[in-house]
Design a protein around this ligand. Structure first.
Ligand code: ATP
Length: 237
């Protein structure tokens, strides 16, 4: 990844949760670089700090210590209002559960974002990019889990964010449906150049990444670059 533009950089990133006398180091000094256009997969045991890292990168949470930059913008310098602006302008999120508004159609769910974004695509374009042009006027209850997740992805990318942060995007899906969701993420990474981070417990998914980052006890235990990547359809879990 050398020679590529840095998107995120962290320096000794630390997050401590204190409950009574007990301190938990969710992040215990993470030094990480993420590059423009990269698709990175984060693996590691439950509780190793993956979601905590994603939430801090995405401006949803504050670090206890250490520093984080998005390009030249130091996120660890920002207050809540600055982080909100950063999130709104630059970050798309995808979570395990799709968080769609049940009373709105697929198109209207995406429109919630496109109505307030600076340079959005149309809801129709966003839904076309995830293969749902034929489901524009369906409500979430009329869509399968995989289709609902694709609406959530359309909503996340409709504002053309520079980064897409995905926490267990296939966690609630069977592998066949999960593969379709991964195909959408790969396609968007390639077509739009969106830097993408995917947290997963399905270790096989690492084979579609440019780079794999292993977490253990709040630290990066290992990173690996894939010289050859697999297509999502070639992955089985
Ligand atoms: N709000 C909180 N208050 C107290 N402890 C927390 C809080 N959030 C996370 N933790 C602790 O921080 C550690 C890291 O949690 P985190 O959710 O980042 O792990 P993870 O690798 O994403 O796990 P999983 O794969 O199960 O989602 C865990 O020990 C967790 O219990």
């Amino acid at each position: 990844m050398s020679g590529q533009e840095l998107v995120f950089r962290t320096d000794n990133l630390t997050k401590v949760y204190q409950t009574g006398e007990v301190k938990v180091f969710a992040l215990a000094g993470v030094d990480l670089e993420l590059f423009s256009g990269e698709l990175a997969v984060l693996l590691g045991p439950s509780g190793s700090g993956k979601s905590t890292l994603l939430n801090i990168l995405g401006g949803l949470d504050h670090a206890t210590d250490g520093r984080v930059w998005f390009h030249d913008l130091e996120l660890t310098d920002l207050g809540d209002r600055g982080l909100t602006r950063f999130r709104r302008d630059h970050v798309g999120f995808v979570f395990q559960f799709y968080n769609l508004v049940p009373s709105l159609t697929a198109r209207e769910n995406v429109q919630l974002v496109t109505d307030v974004a600076r340079d959005p695509m149309t809801p129709e374009e966003a839904l076309e990019r995830v293969g749902l042009s034929h489901r524009l006027d369906h409500f979430p209850a009329q869509l399968s889990g995989g289709e609902q997740q694709r609406v959530a992805i359309a909503r996340a990318v409709a504002k053309r964010p520079e980064v897409l942060l995905c926490d267990e995007p296939t966690g609630a899906l069977d592998s066949k449906t999960g593969i379709q969701v991964l195909e959408v993420l790969k396609h968007l990474n390639e077509e739009l150049g969106t830097s993408t981070v995917v947290i997963t417990h399905a270790a096989e998914i690492r084979k579609m990444a440019h780079r794999v980052i292993w977490f253990q006890d709040g630290r990066i235990a290992n990173t690996e670059i894939n010289d050859e990547r697999l297509e999502p359809a070639e992955i089985d879990w």
